[in-house]
Write a protein that binds this ligand. Sequence first.
Ligand SMILES: Cc1ncc(COP(=O)(O)O)c(C=O)c1O
Length: 425
Amino acid sequence: MGAGTEPAEPQCDSLEGRIYLDYNATTPLAPEVAQAVWDAMCQAWGNPSSSHPAGSKAKELIGSARQSLAKMLGGRPEDIIFTSGGTEANNMVIHTACRHFHNSRKTGDSRGIPHIVTSSVEHDSIRLPLEQLGKEGLAEATFVPVSPRSGQAEVDDVLAAIQPNTCLVSLMLANNETGVIMPVAELSQRVCALNRRRAAQGLPRILVHTDAAQMIGKGCVDVQELGVDYLTIVGHKFHGPRIGALYIRSPGTATPLHPMLFGGGQERSFRPGTENTPMIAGLGQAAELVNKNWEAYEAHMRDVRDYLEATLEASFGKQRIRFNSHFKGSKRLCNTCNFSILGPGLQGRRVLAHCKVLLASVGAACHSEKGDRPSPVLLSCGISPEVAQNALRLSVGRGTTRAEVDRAVQDLLQAVEQLEQDQAS
Ligand SMILES: Cc1ncc(COP(=O)(O)O)c(C=O)c1O
């Protein structure tokens, strides 16, 4: 393609007649985002650090993307740092918390190693770095189990896990498998009150982080309401490019931020490396779409998801469908339906393998190689292993229609019929 040629409009949600209901795994670029990426590639290719016009154009685009992200979160542009994705943002928070712990130690203080509290249902980009630090003896972590009653990590349980050496609490805003929304705002308030008492005792401040990967574009995300110190943003979950960002409340002043990389000073040296201008421009455009339309997106996805759940019950019968993320009193993402079709031999993976048009998953995309083992997230929500192994996660998108839902449920019906016939013969 020559400069100025328009990119083909992405058609990823209709893959040769298949029905994509896996929007929690990833989303296709919105056409406006693809256009913004392309425009930036063609017109803002200069090095943003260069002091001539080619550089200024790129710098301007990055500045405006930063503003769009800040607006989306109710924060300030200077509180946004661009990263390669959510994994890097989450790792950066953990790295920062450990450094903060050591820096806040007084001389002669033998408080040991940093302690981090998180939940048992976090994404691997929180769980695995913490397990690694634990193995190396560099930090310890408590993984607070979610309550089988609410599907949430309860605030009281998180607070009860706090120790004198705790330096970070990290709780995701919404779970990627069940869609359950966690009580982050209440947690931040309680930790803030606790921090005042800890300061008087000379204990390290507890930083608060939330991974908002699944919530952005599907509900209101406001850093002032949430009261968090850090918030993770993942572009490819809201029709943006595969980069991310980290919100930090006043990085380097009110809130510590320690770089993991050292280099050319970009992103105020918090995250050096020549900026990926086209992807950043695309992320800014994706944020603008959310700013303008999130309420309409949410209403549409909720309507289609509720229709999906009603159609599943009507088609299979109430007795055969178990919804795995209906917890009384807990809010959940507008687009996520995690359910099991009850019966022997109907493991989620087998059912999906017999589907002809439906593209969905049995849980987190990064666990897709784990065979028929039931999802640890569902098990920790108190779902029995027999039910959990039959689980399917269908997540609808901005453009999913009721007609697609009808076809997807028909497909599930024929897959189950096929499996039952095979078993009977
Ligand atoms: C809740 C959550 N956090 C973090 C990530 C990781 O983001 P990335 O793939 O951009 O590194 C994901 C993506 O799957 C996610 O669902």
